[in-house]
Design a protein around this ligand. Structure first.
Ligand SMILES: C[S@@+](CC[C@H](N)C(=O)[O-])C[C@H]1O[C@@H](n2cnc3c(N)ncnc32)[C@H](O)[C@@H]1O
Length: 355
């Protein structure tokens, strides 16, 4: 059986770097059924995976979130594979924004890929992040050629996403529309919404048309995630991908002493969507929100969520998902994603599917 190597991307600001090969191996095992005997190895000083395959699926290998280069190994030589580029927008769409509380983009791509791998429908898919922050999931979805939808309680995070997106699309000279408007129902103001569309299939002066490329849509509402079904009405999504509040208070001291940039999840720093104080643990919020999110999934849809296990145990979260009628994956490689982010955050993820 031919052998292959997959050189792993060294991500900037990657606080869980030591865990990356283990996470990448589990992602490969789950999403690339052809890969056999997956082992963690290195190439020079870079982390890599080694695997055997009778029938290499180049598309599945190209979709791995931490792939840098793929090689075929024969007689001690490594031949680089000419893998397709599956990204429809540049990397910098996701990497430019830097702010405290941003979910690490490499981790976001991993969670997105794992979740979408459980949806059998062909893309472009409709992805909802009901705790959208400044939109890392939605931008990663766009980059991978899917539509992004979101809800975010923090108005400042919403404004930051809206203005970043407008500037990015204008600067990159991508044909687009993007506007923020007020949401009113029965004369009552329900907050604001961002509606954007990137028409990648249309050429501009310095942006070549990508024939067959999707017209990517994004809609984000300000508001409480528990109102997500009201805000989106009858709309249903192929996938929900979200990074739950980490229940971490980031004091001034922590921020000034070598803030670790992305991956420090400051839900508190995004402003308090619950006047009168916030529950430090996201468990109350998730217990209420998960059934609502479940109702927004299409049949055959999938929900992927990451969270801080110091504030909520895996078993508790699995129970919430099961109670809502979802079927979480909880065996084999699905148990390999837990990793330490810092002294107050131990992150894990779970993906669950509908019937
Ligand atoms: C871990 S952060 C997500 C960060 C996001 N992935 C990013 O990179 O920008 C969780 C987000 O949930 C938001 N949030 C917390 N409680 C909420 C609620 N009840 N309704 C809507 N959003 C909420 C916070 O404001 C925060 O932006």
């Amino acid at each position: 059986m031919p052998d292959f190597r997959m050189l792993l991307s060294p991500s900037a600001n990657h606080v869980y770097r030591d865990a990356t090969p283990r996470l990448a191996a589990a992602e490969l095992e789950i999403t690339a059924g052809f890969a056999d005997q997956i082992a963690i190895t290195s190439l020079g000083r870079a982390d890599a995976l080694r695997f055997s395959a009778d029938d290499l699926d180049e598309l599945a290998l190209a979709a791995q979130s931490s792939l840098l280069v793929g090689f075929e190994e024969s007689d001690g030589w490594l031949r680089p594979l000419d893998l397709p580029n599956l990204q429809v927008m540049d990397d910098d769409l996701v990497t430019i924004p830097k702010y405290p509380g941003k979910t690490n983009e490499a981790f976001t791509r991993l969670l997105l890929h794992l979740t979408l791998s459980q949806v059998s429908r062909p893309g472009p898919l409709e992805v909802l992040d009901p705790l959208a922050g400044r939109g890392t999931t939605l931008l990663a979805a766009w980059q991978a050629g899917h539509h992004g939808f979101g809800v975010e309680a923090d108005e400042k995070a919403f404004d930051a996403l809206a203005s970043y997106l407008k500037t990015y699309l204008r600067t990159k000279r991508i044909k687009h529309s993007a506007q923020v408007s007020r949401v009113r129902r029965e004369g009552r103001s329900l907050g604001r919404r961002l509606d954007a569309e990137a028409r990648l299939d249309e050429a501009t002066h310095d942006h070549p048309a990508q024939p067959g490329a999707p017209r990517l849509k994004m809609t984000v509402f300000t508001g409480d995630t528990r109102d997500s079904a009201t805000l989106f009405g009858r709309k249903r999504f192929d996938a929900i991908v979200t990074d739950a509040p980490y229940g971490v208070v980031h004091g001034a001291e922590q921020r000034s002493s070598g803030q670790r940039g992305s991956d420090r999840h400051g839900s508190e720093r995004h402003g308090d969507p619950h006047p009168g104080g916030r529950d430090r643990s996201p468990s109350g919020l998730l217990a209420e929100a998960i059934p609502i999110w479940r109702s927004q999934l299409k049949p055959g849809g999938a929900l992927g969520i990451s969270w801080n296990t110091y504030t909520l145990s895996r078993d508790e979260l699995l129970e919430m998902l099961t109670d809502a009628g979802l079927h979480p994956f909880d065996d084999g490689p699905w148990l390999e994603f837990e990793h330490r982010v810092d002294s107050s955050i131990n992150r894990d993820l779970v993906v669950a599917i509908t019937d």
